[in-house]
Design a protein around this ligand. Structure first.
Ligand SMILES: N[C@@H](CCC(=O)N[C@@H](CS)C(=O)NCC(=O)O)C(=O)O
Length: 241
């Protein structure tokens, strides 16, 4: 019995030493718009999980995403990316793609992803739905409505209609629940938050996406925005000026 206690204390002690000596996770993200709708996923997950992290600015308006040092971490030249100095086997792990980062952080800590196998895959399907559907479609709508130098009505219609359909799918999935899957916050909520939050906050989108058409999404956004970790991850409001 005593030897078991000594043994488990030793493990605990060794673990604490490692946690104390390990460097914070490096997060590479945008220096504006609270990391943007993709970068904010990593910041929120790190905040929710209480992991120590250090933020590094990658300003895509200055093409910093193409710097050779950053490309070693994120070969697709996009944020967010992280480097965990205490990755699997105690080795350094660089990671890009927000979905992979969310799954990794959830598995590293055993939080934000259900241990129940059915619920786990339901959560993952909504994470993949976000990175393969909601993100790219709202991203294209964003480009043609807000940024495109030429007016392209066909593209505006195509992407805003598809984005509206996807927000409708999300609204139906949330229903009268507080979260996308189950009764607790998961990486599925963190994945979709940024794009939804950005869209409904931006006056330029009001003509295309009416808040009243997505009441469950609005209630869900309000619930998430009340959480301290979400507040900490977005110190400024989008589109403040
Ligand atoms: N599928 C990627 C998308 C990331 C993404 O599009 N990031 C944008 C900022 S929101 C970026 O870094 N763009 C720089 C570029 O395309 O050169 C993810 O989910 O991480």
């Amino acid at each position: 019995m005593l030897s078991r206690i000594i043994k488990s204390n030793k493990i605990l002690f060794t673990k604490n030493i490692r946690t104390m000596s390990s460097k914070p996770i490096d997060l590479y993200t945008l220096p504006f718009y609270n990391g943007g709708p993709n970068g904010i996923k990593a910041s929120i997950a790190l905040e929710e999980l209480g992991l120590e992290y250090k933020t590094h600015s990658i300003d895509i308006s200055k093409n910093e995403q193409f710097a050779p040092e950053f490309l070693k971490i994120s070969p697709n030249n996009k944020i967010p990316a992280i480097v965990d100095h205490d990755g699997p086997g105690g080795k350094e792990l660089p990671l890009f793609e927000s979905g992979a980062i969310l799954v990794y952080l959830a598995e590293k800590t055993g939080k934000l992803l259900s241990q129940d196998p059915v619920e786990k895959y339901q959560i993952l399907q909504w994470v993949f739905w976000q990175v393969g559907g909601l993100g790219p479609m709202v991203g294209q709508a964003n480009h043609f409505v807000v940024y495109a130098k030429e007016d392209v009505p066909y593209a505006k219609k195509r992407y805003t209609e598809e984005a509206s359909r996807l927000f409708g799918v999300l609204d139906k999935q949330i229903g009268d629940k507080n979260f996308i899957v189950g009764n607790e916050l998961t990486i599925a909520d963190i994945a979709s938050f940024g794009w939804a939050h950005m869209t409904f906050l931006n006056p330029k989108y009001q003509e295309y996406f009416k808040k009243a058409d997505y009441p469950n999404v609005q209630r869900w956004l309000n619930t998430l925005n009340e959480r301290p970790a979400f507040k900490k991850a977005q110190p400024n409001e989008y589109f403040k000026n």
